[in-house]
Design a protein around this ligand. Structure first.
Ligand SMILES: Cc1cc2nc3c(=O)[nH]c(=O)nc-3n(C[C@H](O)[C@H](O)[C@H](O)COP(=O)(O)OP(=O)(O)OC[C@H]3O[C@@H](n4cnc5c(N)ncnc54)[C@H](O)[C@@H]3O)c2cc1C
Length: 396
């Protein structure tokens, strides 16, 4: 089979890339070794956050995403019609709190730095925070409001992006693992192999989430994307008691840490279905899928510091997934400078749902030579901060 582009992975990032490329008129094939939208993109929470990002390239990408999602959600709704489930986009805003005296100053300083970088953020007096979130622990020591934080339903969003890509001509091949690359005499990647297909394409995009390192390896390239485990608790349905994304300031430290050991921080939000999602943990333990009581207890304990009422709320289930982690905490978006024809759209760690749409737009622009929506340099595989983690030129 021949196409202009093959995308490895039908999670939210692969779906967004497929849509963006297919809408430029390219023929696109998406290959997934499992079912579409069933891996990491079905194991997260759906936060579209600017609040947790320090000034720099990832915040720039998140600010762009925060402008882009309302447009994207409206386009998908128009295109797919009322019969397709809604992506549940809601710009509900985020409230970040400190629960200790020592945490109050750093929280406000962080917010000031973000405001200078264009984030809509304001300090809240304790009384105002309690007015916005009446069930919040009154003992909080500081609170900050972020107007741009939003939420979507990640599985529906992935399916909607794939449906839109299909309408633009993309084909999706489920249950086919990509196992090798096709190369021409110069070494340029010209397609991929699966057990049953040979797919020729000038552009191959690896969007294989936490398995991107392994997928790149199968294609003869090395890429330092590793799994970072995360676990979420889900409560029974209730009358709405949590109105924003509410989390404790510890979360910044956990997202930016390179520490492999268990870290937990509290992120609490309600869903349109009436459940409350309580996240989350971060741990580098390979692809170990077991749920750990120690982790569940640590997440629950921290959530009670934010919302004491949760103590008597039943937890109906817990689930976990693997964030696609990169050692310099930035997604990898662009062509591999060592392997022409091989592209990456991966490594978004805990922000891949929020950043998928703009990642697709960036890939679409870079592949076709159009004006990119933001400076692509900080995300390229050749960036200096990733160099130390890559094998020498040409080696796999
Ligand atoms: C607990 C938790 C909470 C999270 N919360 C949020 C959040 O609130 N907001 C947010 O933005 N992000 C969140 N994330 C992160 C987010 O879920 C990920 O960044 C995102 O889903 C990554 O999407 P993806 O398309 O890159 O990967 P995936 O969804 O994993 O898709 C990759 C696909 O590639 C396929 N694949 C792998 N290898 C091959 C191969 N060799 N051949 C063919 N196919 C292959 C897999 O089968 C899979 O379907 C969370 C993650 C976790 C674990």
């Amino acid at each position: 089979m021949r196409a202009d582009a093959v995308i490895v992975g039908a999670g939210i990032v692969g779906a967004a890339c497929a849509r963006a490329l297919a809408r430029t008129g390219m023929s696109v094939v998406v290959v997934d070794r499992g079912a579409p939208a069933s891996a990491t993109s079905a194991r997260g929470e759906g936060n579209l956050l600017v609040s947790d990002k320090a000034p720099g390239p990832e915040l720039d990408l998140a600010l762009l995403a925060s402008e882009h999602w309302p447009r994207l959600a409206a386009e998908l709704a128009d295109e797919l019609g009322a019969a397709f489930p809604a992506v549940e986009y809601e710009r509900k805003g985020g409230i970040v709190v400190a629960t200790t005296e020592a945490g109050a100053g750093p929280l406000r300083d962080f917010a000031r730095g973000q405001a200078e970088a264009g984030v809509e953020v304001r300090d809240l007096a304790a009384a105002e925070a309690l007015e916005l979130e009446p069930h919040l622990n009154p003992e909080i020591t500081a609170a900050v409001h972020y107007g741009q934080d939003a939420q979507i339903q990640p599985v529906v969003a992935t399916e909607a992006l794939l449906a839109s890509a299909r309408r633009a001509g993309a084909r999706v091949l489920p249950h086919q693992e990509v196992t090798g690359a096709l190369r021409d005499a110069t070494g340029r990647v010209t397609g991929v192999r699966t057990a049953s297909e040979t797919l020729h394409a000038d552009t191959v995009v690896v969007a294989a989430g936490p398995w991107s390192g392994a997928a790149a390896g199968a294609l003869g390239a090395d890429l330092p994307v590793r799994p970072r485990r995360g676990t979420v608790l889900v409560t029974a349905r209730m009358r709405q008691k949590v109105f924003h994304k509410v989390y404790d300031g510890d979360y910044f430290g956990a997202t930016q840490s390179t520490d492999a050991a268990l870290q937990t921080s509290s992120v609490v939000e309600s869903t349109p279905g009436g459940t409350v999602l309580i996240g989350s943990s971060r741990q580098q333990i390979g692809f170990d899928e077991r749920l750990s009581v120690e982790v569940l207890a640590a997440i629950a304990r921290k959530a009670l510091r934010l919302f004491p009422f949760l103590e008597t709320t039943p937890v109906i289930r817990a689930y976990g997934g693997f964030r696609p982690y990169t050692p310099d905490h930035l997604p990898v978006i662009g062509e591999d400078h060592r392997h022409p024809g091989l592209w990456y759209a991966t490594g978004h760690e805990g922000a891949g749902i929020g950043l998928a749409g703009v990642t697709g737009e960036l890939i679409g622009a870079l592949v076709t030579g159009a004006e990119p929506p933001l400076d692509p340099e900080p995300f390229r595989p050749s960036r200096p901060s990733l160099a130390a983690h890559l094998a020498p030129e040409g080696a796999a």
